[in-house]
Design a protein around this ligand. Structure first.
Ligand SMILES: C[S@@+](CC[C@H](N)C(=O)[O-])C[C@H]1O[C@@H](n2cnc3c(N)ncnc32)[C@H](O)[C@@H]1O
Length: 230
């Protein structure tokens, strides 16, 4: 992917798939380094916040290398991972069943799962309304969601530091250890994320209630929680 362009539609989808295929072998290592392992805590916090009983089926969308699936297994849940990047799925280290598919067209029956998680992929989807409609379709009434993505801190000082780190340091770490263009794209991809209110109302409009946004680690990550109306 060329770093100065932000493609849309099918072009974006193909570029994102190709990019993750390229960076898959070193994805976990770079992720741990650039977040100082905070990503591990963010996912565990999400799984706890789902508050689902053991044995519940949870679909982890855009599962990548299976980190969320492993945390879901750790908490006694039954995860199914789904991602469209063959490279990420090949690099996955998890005992959870994995499906290669597009998160906007889920090969999953309606009204069949108890929870949905999604880590750091909202900004990669080409249409969030379609994504929200799909997760609402596959969840059972009362089903829970935990969707994580990056955020920009509101505190001006933190925002400055974060934008320097995310915009300048992360691309250098990525270039040294993995793929220069992919990690240049990463900070730019934040522009794809709609405003918070739009995300919250998008979730409400497909039937989620008690939708809320929790800021993590000083606001560098955001977690959207909610339950599908009974
Ligand atoms: C930043 S990675 C996150 C991986 C994992 N969820 C995590 O927390 O580390 C984004 C993932 O989203 C996947 N992805 C992006 N768009 C997708 C789509 N439309 N359908 C399925 N997977 C998608 C990519 O292949 C990639 O594995």
């Amino acid at each position: 992917m060329h770093s100065d362009e932000l493609p849309q539609g099918d072009e974006k989808s193909a570029a994102v798939e190709h990019m993750f295929d390229q960076i898959a072998p070193r994805y976990d290592l770079v992720n741990r380094l650039m977040t100082f392992r905070m990503d591990v805590g963010w996912r565990r916090r999400t799984v706890k916040a789902l508050d689902l009983p053991a044995g519940s089926t949870v679909l982890d969308l855009a599962c990548g290398t299976g980190d969320f699936c492993n945390d879901l297994l750790r908490y006694g849940l039954d995860p199914i991972g789904l991602d469209f990047s063959a490279g990420m799925l090949e690099a996955a280290k998890t005992d959870a069943p994995l499906i290669r598919a597009d998160a906007l067209r889920l090969p999953i029956p309606s009204n069949s799962v108890d929870g949905v998680t999604c880590g750091f992929a909202l900004r990669n989807f080409t249409n969030l309304d379609e994504f929200f409609a799909e997760i609402s379709r596959v969840l059972k009434p009362g089903g829970r969601i935990g969707l994580l993505d990056v955020a920009q801190p509101s505190n001006p000082l933190l925002r400055l530091g974060h934008s320097f780190y995310f915009g300048k340091v992360v691309p250098k770490i990525g270039a040294l250890m993995s793929d220069r263009n992919a990690y240049k794209y990463l900070p730019k991809s934040v522009q794809y994320l709609p405003e918070t209110q739009q995300l919250l109302s998008g979730l409400r409009s497909v039937g989620f209630s008690d939708v809320n946004r929790v800021l993590l680690s000083g606001g560098i990550t955001q977690l959207f929680l909610g339950s599908l109306l009974d």
